[in-house]
Design a protein around this ligand. Structure first.
Ligand code: ADE
Length: 225
């Protein structure tokens, strides 16, 4: 999969993909993330990318022309399964969206800044609008990084058996059960006996019960679905 990201702050999108699972996904050739600096498409001597909003009001708006030029230049090279604008008024990200997007070949993300982007970009190019939660970030970059990570780890071959996404919270509609590692006792705090019992079936049942209880307690809304 290839993910292109348009941003006015490309520096924010370096480190998130240079470590751990995202790094490995790219090294294995399963994921390619390419960040494009919108400033390169900016207008005039100052490479302007934002301007005052019509109708007045505080805050700058990202201009239609640089974004349009950038998107169309990228579209010459490949066609995108989705053009996604990261925005707090988009659809809230959940595991199902990440699962669905992980089946794509090419994705294009647009990171907003300031007051937002000229509405005509949303009307003419954007096919999907995603929020990572009901709060406002300074820009779309961190949201884009979250979305790339949630998709990238689902690509076949990225995770090994140990880290398999099948056992993640949400993947079966339940939260994940508690986990423990050595030592089996620390300051008198003990690991549940069943996990040391070696009885696979008992362990599986315990984990399921823990998942169910945790979900009931913390996220009863998930059980309704
Ligand atoms: N940009 C600013 N806030 C955001 C959010 N919550 N989700 C996605 N993009 C954003």
């Amino acid at each position: 999969m290839r993910i292109d990201i348009i941003s006015v702050l490309p520096e924010l999108l370096v480190s998130p993909f240079e470590h751990s699972i995202m790094k490995r996904a790219q090294q294995k050739g399963l994921l390619e993330v390419v960040v494009h600096n919108l400033r390169d498409y900016g207008l005039g001597k100052h490479r302007q990318v934002d301007d005052y909003q019509y109708g007045g009001g505080a805050g700058m708006v990202m201009m239609v022309e640089p974004l349009s030029n950038c998107i169309e230049q990228l579209q010459v090279q490949r066609s995108y399964d989705e053009i996604i604008f990261l925005t707090p008024d988009g659809k809230t990200l959940h595991q199902g969206i990440a699962n669905q997007l992980s089946l794509s070949k090419n994705l294009l993300f647009i990171c907003g800044h300031y007051k937002g982007i000229d509405e005509r970009i949303r009307e003419q190019y954007v096919t999907m609008e995603i929020s990572i939660g009901d709060f406002v970030l300074s820009g779309g970059e961190l949201a884009a990084a979250v979305l790339v990570d949630s998709i990238g780890r689902l690509l076949p071959g990225v995770l090994n058996d140990e880290t398999s996404a099948l056992f993640d919270s949400f993947q079966d509609g339940l939260l994940a059960p508690p986990v423990y590692t050595r030592p089996s006792e620390f300051k008198g705090w003990k690991v549940p006996d069943v996990l040391l019992s070696g009885h696979d079936k008992a362990i599986e049942d315990w984990r399921y019960e823990q998942s169910l209880n945790r979900t009931k307690e913390r996220r009863p809304d998930l059980l309704q679905k």
